[in-house]
Ligand binder design. Structure first.
Ligand code: PLP
Length: 402
């Protein structure tokens, strides 16, 4: 037996292990200080009542033979796919239920998508990058190119004509930088994808956080995207489904590659390797799109965005440069005095009792930046904002800059 050598190429999950180790040490040394965690990816608000009610009712249906549900439609139940299509229509994007595949999470979809492409395919990833794009590409043995996000380009890298790639990963609103592409910028990416006969894998997991109609919420707002892009989205961050698990992917039937329909290939893949998403979960997911569900989940998104405002304003008041946090639950801060990410992390932990995420953990372009997450209780975020606004950044840099 031979092991998959690509898996062995993966670095260990160093970022989260290292954060946990440093936080543990801090807690041991400061048992009386309340540690405020602004590093987490997970939501903290409970599920919306409309979702819980729908899932309870669906669970009750399972009690009797007449209304019991066994294996469902592998593509996702039609009632959910048509609700998702209706949601897209609410911001003027035309997506047919037939183009939608329901699944158990955006992370699994992003990983499983690799099944469709030859191992020798080249991928273009943004840097900083959502680690799943990178790790799944390494696991699949891909050749990886990067497009660099910088302070100058607002962490929104644009196509470079001389780079040829087969797959392009875009994430907007972005994790970790909070940056959001404009329609004109996405139009350029779509043009580039057509020129290079490449496929865009568009991660819209934070679409619900876009607060302005001037910004796009889907790649399918862009003319020509239906023949060069797939979109991954999730109920995790829009409706607190991180523990429930439900997501969707749009693969237009018009999307062809090498004379093959990617929609058909994905259907074939799913029918073999997946047996459909839980009926109970899909009923809960459909309730997200009811008028009551929308009111409730939007209130939660608003809550997180008010948290992001508190963090951003506190940092700005204390003279820090930030991006993101306006249409995304992440605030991306430049470390003062050109400090490195881990030094700044240590300073924030020791001087403020705040755990953030070191930007370098998301790729080399994140060096010198830290990410603050707004997924916390208002109480925690208010305390953190007060500590950040009062932070003595000069002393912090002096003590922790190596
Ligand atoms: N895509 C991005 C950009 C994310 O940040 C996350 C979760 O943090 C995911 C996808 C994964 O979402 P899911 O919970 O649906 O697997």
């Amino acid at each position: 037996m031979q092991l998959n050598q690509n898996l062995l190429k993966l670095e260990q999950n160093y970022l989260f292990a290292e954060i946990a180790a440093r936080v543990r040490k801090y807690k041991e040394q400061h048992p009386d200080t309340e540690l405020l965690s602004l590093g987490v990816n997970d939501v903290t608000r409970p599920l919306a009542p409309a979702v819980c009610n729908a899932m309870s009712a669906a669970a009750q249906e399972m009690r009797s033979a007449e209304s019991f549900h066994g294996y469902g439609d592998v593509q996702g139940e039609y009632f959910l796919r048509s609700s998702i299509a209706g949601y897209y229509r609410s911001f003027n994007v035309c997506v047919e239920p037939e183009d939608i595949f329901v699944s158990d999470g955006a992370k699994s979809d992003l990983a499983n998508l690799c099944d469709l492409f030859a191992p020798e395919s080249t991928v273009l990833l943004p840097n900083p990058v959502y680690p799943v794009f990178y790790d799944t590409s390494v696991m699949a043995g891909r050749r990886i190119l990067f497009s660099c996000g910088t302070k100058e380009n607002g962490f929104l890298p644009m196509p470079e004509e001389q780079l040829h790639t087969d797959l392009i990963y875009l994430c907007s609103p972005n994790n970790p930088t909070g940056a959001v592409y404009s329609r004109a910028q996405l139009q350029e990416w779509v043009g580039y994808a057509h020129e290079h006969r490449a496929l865009i894998i568009y991660d819209a997991a934070y679409e619900a956080y876009v607060r302005s109609s001037a910004l796009p919420r889907s790649i399918f707002e862009i003319a020509g995207a239906e023949t060069c892009a797939v979109e991954v989205n999730s109920f995790s961050k829009m409706a607190g489904f991180t523990g429930v698990r439900c997501s969707w992917m749009i693969i237009p039937r018009a999307l062809m590659h090498s004379g093959q329909s990617l929609h058909k290939l994905w259907m074939r893949r799913q029918s073999t390797k997946y047996n459909g998403t839980s009926y109970i979960v899909q009923r809960g997911a459909a309730a997200v799109f009811s008028p009551e569900g929308q009111r409730q989940v939007r209130a939660d998104v608003q809550y997180y965005m008010e948290n992001a405002d508190l963090i951003r304003n506190a940092l700005t008041r204390s003279g820090m440069f930030t991006t993101g946090g306006e249409h995304a639950p992440y605030v991306w801060m430049e470390c003062p005095y050109r400090m490195k990410s881990w030094d700044c992390f240590d300073g924030l932990l020791s001087r403020c009792g705040i755990a953030a995420s070191p930007g370098v953990g998301f790729g080399g372009q994140g060096e010198g930046w830290v990410r603050f997450s707004s997924f916390g209780s208002r109480e925690t975020i208010k305390k953190a904002a007060a500590r950040l606004a009062a932070a003595d950044w000069d002393a912090l840099a002096l003590l922790y800059m190596r």
